[in-house]
Design a protein around this ligand. Structure first.
Ligand code: SMG
Ligand code: MG
Length: 388
């Protein structure tokens, strides 16, 4: 007799935990100054614009951050397009119908083609809420296997190779044990040589952000002598095929970033040998669900992955950290300490670098970081509140 009521109670807890009825969505368009300008092959970023989203559901608050930039340099998506897609399409769809699970978000948002960064922004708070409902950290909730994540630093193009070498040495002294440098035509081999000389055998890699063509194959062959960890996205942002032609001429592994938008892209790229490593950014692939799918495809193919960064505040960084606890994230991510990006982060405490070049993964339920509402308000340019 005592079994039945208990079973009924267990079931209701189960049902509660599996449904997310959204009551309110807050969109914040923010702008924050970087501690130093970040130059890539497609431009210089001095201020980061972004969208922070807060979802209220089931008595809980979940947070997310959009990785689109103000300008369409890295991706066609911008803060303005993401705001439009979020406010006019994705948020209304979410306010209309409850989701059982954040893993259903990609299907729920499929009526919008593309706009992965906007979709990821609104999927994120659902993961935060679902993990809180389960009473687990997001890392544990998605099946993460580590409590610290190996990280490196991504350094923008500097005024000269010597200056770059000095900056890279500074980051090594600060404890980063993997250096990534940005390259562009005219600022490549001499930069790599100078940094290699300055940092000894510290793992080093380059990221071209699609600034080259196959005609530059001999340049990349010359990079083989520097023992780089990988060369990231040398060719077209929308190309996979030509990368395989380049990869077969090199000893250094290629890594794809901009070209990979889905698990299918990852499978195709690995199958044709276009790269040996993949950089996973949840924003680029349309959210955590798809990011996990990309991870799983790469793991099955025996290709290691690492977590990319988009100069996120601590909110987006916390998502990245949780993602990077999955087993196949075996290479250091572009996830540096808060102080590498912003003087004041939006979370408390800020992320700090451990002495083993790791960041600690939050352990509190959900995303596990405290968002500082007053700091958020102070950097907000526009705030919209959406309700059913
Ligand atoms: O968040 O540490 C970070 C930045 C890492 O280099 C980084 N990101 O192509 O991988 C990349 C770039 C994209 C952002 S450029 C503004
Ligand atoms: Mg990149």
């Amino acid at each position: 007799m005592s079994v039945q009521p208990r079973r009924r109670a267990d079931l209701s807890v189960f049902l509660l935990a599996m449904s997310i009825r959204v009551e309110q969505i807050d969109l914040y368009h923010i702008r924050m100054s970087l501690v130093s300008p970040f130059e890539t092959s497609f431009g210089v970023t001095t201020e980061r614009e972004s969208i922070i989203v807060r979802v209220l559901a089931e008595g809980l608050a979940g947070w997310g951050e959009c990785v689109a930039d103000a300008a369409p340099g890295y991706s066609y998506e911008t803060v303005t397009t993401a705001w439009h897609i979020l406010r006019d399409y994705l948020a209304p769809a979410l306010l209309r119908a409850p989701l059982d699970d954040p893993r259903d978000a990609p299907a729920h948002f499929r009526f919008v083609r593309g706009h992965n960064m906007a979709k990821a922004t609104l999927e994120a708070p659902l993961w935060d809420i679902a993990a809180q409902q389960a009473g687990q950290s997001l890392a544990r909730y998605i099946g993460g296997v580590r409590d610290r994540v190996l990280v490196g630093v991504s350094i923008g193009i500097q005024s000269s190779p010597d200056k770059l070498a000095e900056v890279a040495r500074g980051y090594c002294e600060a404890g980063y044990r993997r250096i990534k440098i940005k390259i562009k035509p005219g600022r490549d081999l001499a930069d790599v040589r100078a940094v290699r000389r300055a940092i000894g055998d510290t793992p080093l890699m380059v990221d071209a952000n699609s600034a080259y063509t196959l005609d530059d194959a001999s340049l990349f062959q010359q990079m083989d002598e520097f023992g780089l960890l990988m060369i990231e996205q040398p060719l077209g942002y929308d190309d996979i095929y030509q990368h395989h032609k380049l990869q077969r001429q090199l000893n250094t592994p290629l890594c794809l970033d901009e070209s990979i938008h889905s698990a299918d892209d990852a499978r195709f790229a690995l199958e044709i040998g276009a790269c040996r490593i993949i950089n996973i950014k949840q924003g680029r692939v349309g959210g955590m669900t798809n990011a996990i799918a990309v991870h799983d495809v790469c793991r099955q193919a025996g290709a290691p992955v690492w977590c990319g960064g988009m100069l996120e505040t601590g909110i987006g960084r916390a998502f990245n950290l949780a993602l990077a606890t999955l087993p196949n994230f075996t290479l250091p991510g572009d996830l540096s300490a808060s102080s590498r990006y912003y003087r004041l982060d939006l979370i408390d405490p800020p992320f700090e670098l451990n002495s083993d070049s790791t960041l600690s993964v939050p352990t509190m339920p959900g995303l596990g970081v405290n968002v500082l509402q007053d700091r958020l308000d102070a950097v907000t340019l526009r705030h919209d509140v959406l309700r059913p």
